[in-house]
Design a protein. Structure first.
Length: 388
């Protein structure tokens, strides 16, 4: 039996008899990924509750309220004639915005004057407030355009002329690379790779760290016939293959959920995704080789990988972060794979556009070589064993 096959069988035997490690390797990731997908499966926030304060109810105010309520992102859940209860509902999070219609709303329109509305937004929830602001402003613009067109037509203008007079300049907005936007593509599909990175690092540190903790490192190396590279490859290959399989399911699932959002090559996304997982494993070897302690290694791996999404530049622009935060982001495999995700898989950019992040991922992956040598130098001695 070859040393590599013996090392692989040794690790599989451990998983067969240790249900906790088996669940960590096989069962935890699918559950977490399904949870993240389910949270953002709606794609877009819908029917966000708002309150309308109509101080003098009229046909115009009722028409505007109906138009706002017809928008997909908002739902007019509360109607008031005074602002105090509406503001109270906003503070208690019963609604996320309040639209104030003044006493002279309809009379101003009948006189041909402009009417001023006030939209109060709870910007503690930026996604909520931006969705509500967009839909409410669109409804107000639609109603306002109709009123202006009616005035001009009464002066003798034709329908087309009145529209051109009101809007001499038009902006044609064309959304590219995730139309909508679809939060399933924007957040769910990018949070799941963060879970892969975390689990890859935890599995790697746990698999190597338990050999040091249990004092079985010498036997592990003997099974690999003294080669630390074979020992590491045989131990980590089952986990890499399992994560690669789960990665293929991830790529296929999201491509079929939103095929119109992905303009690039799924094969390129998958190849670099597996490379990201391998890079995370290589960095984990460094962590356990330096700490030489099971518990400390897991702590460092968690500190390194858990906040990775926040620093990746996906939710907040990387260029707007402080230099120290940008430096931290640059040592995370997830940061570089998300660049590939956005440029290649979503936007359909050629491979030449991702040479830099691809090169960095390859360098991170090859860091396993010096990490293995460091592990061989310091971790296969009894003085390094037993640390929990």
């Amino acid at each position: 039996m070859s040393a590599l096959l013996a090392s692989i069988q040794r690790e599989l035997k451990h998983l067969r008899y240790n249900r906790g490690d088996l669940f960590l390797a096989v069962g935890l990731l699918p559950l977490l990924c399904l949870l993240v997908w389910w949270i953002f499966s709606a794609g877009q926030p819908l029917n966000l509750p708002i309150a309308v304060v109509d101080q003098t109810p009229s046909s115009s105010s009722r028409e505007l309220t109906r138009m706002i309520n017809a928008a997909p992102g908002v739902s007019v859940d509360q109607h008031w004639q005074t602002s105090a209860p509406a503001i109270d509902a906003l503070r208690q999070r019963h609604v996320y915005a309040v639209l104030l219609m003044p006493n002279d709303f309809e009379s101003s329109l009948l006189r041909g004057d402009s009417a001023e509305l006030v939209l109060l937004l709870n910007t503690q929830y930026s996604t909520y407030s931006s969705t509500i602001q967009r839909d409410v402003q669109q409804a107000i613009l639609t109603v306002g355009t109709g009123i202006s067109a009616d005035r001009l037509q009464r002066l003798g203008m034709y329908d087309d002329e009145s529209i051109v007079t009101m809007m001499p300049i038009k902006v044609l907005v064309s959304t590219l690379y995730n139309e909508g936007p679809n939060y399933e593509v924007f957040l769910s599909a990018t949070l799941i790779p963060a879970l892969f990175q975390i689990l890859a690092m935890v599995l790697t540190v746990s698999a190597i760290g338990r050999e040091l903790r249990d004092g079985s490192a010498r036997n592990w190396l003997q099974v690999a016939k003294g080669s630390v590279f074979i020992a590491l490859f045989g131990k980590l290959l089952p986990y890499l293959m399992l994560l690669a399989l789960y990665g293929a399911i991830y790529i296929l699932l999201f491509y079929h959920l939103a095929p119109a959002s992905y303009a690039g090559s799924s094969w390129a996304a998958y190849f670099t995704f597996v490379l990201m997982v391998a890079a995370a494993m290589s960095i984990s070897i460094f962590i356990i080789a330096i700490t030489r302690n099971f518990r400390m290694g897991l702590s460092v791996a968690g500190f390194y990988s858990a906040p990775a999404f926040a620093y990746s530049g996906q939710a907040f622009p990387l260029i707007a972060m402080p230099e120290l935060a940008q430096l931290w982001a640059s040592i995370l495999p997830l940061t570089h794979w998300l660049k590939i995700y956005n440029q290649v898989w979503l936007a359909g950019a050629p491979w030449a556009a991702i040479i830099a992040p691809l090169t960095i991922l390859l360098a991170m992956w090859f860091s396993a070589v010096p990490a293995a040598l460091l592990l061989r130098q310091f971790s296969f001695h009894p003085a390094s064993w037993g640390g929990r």
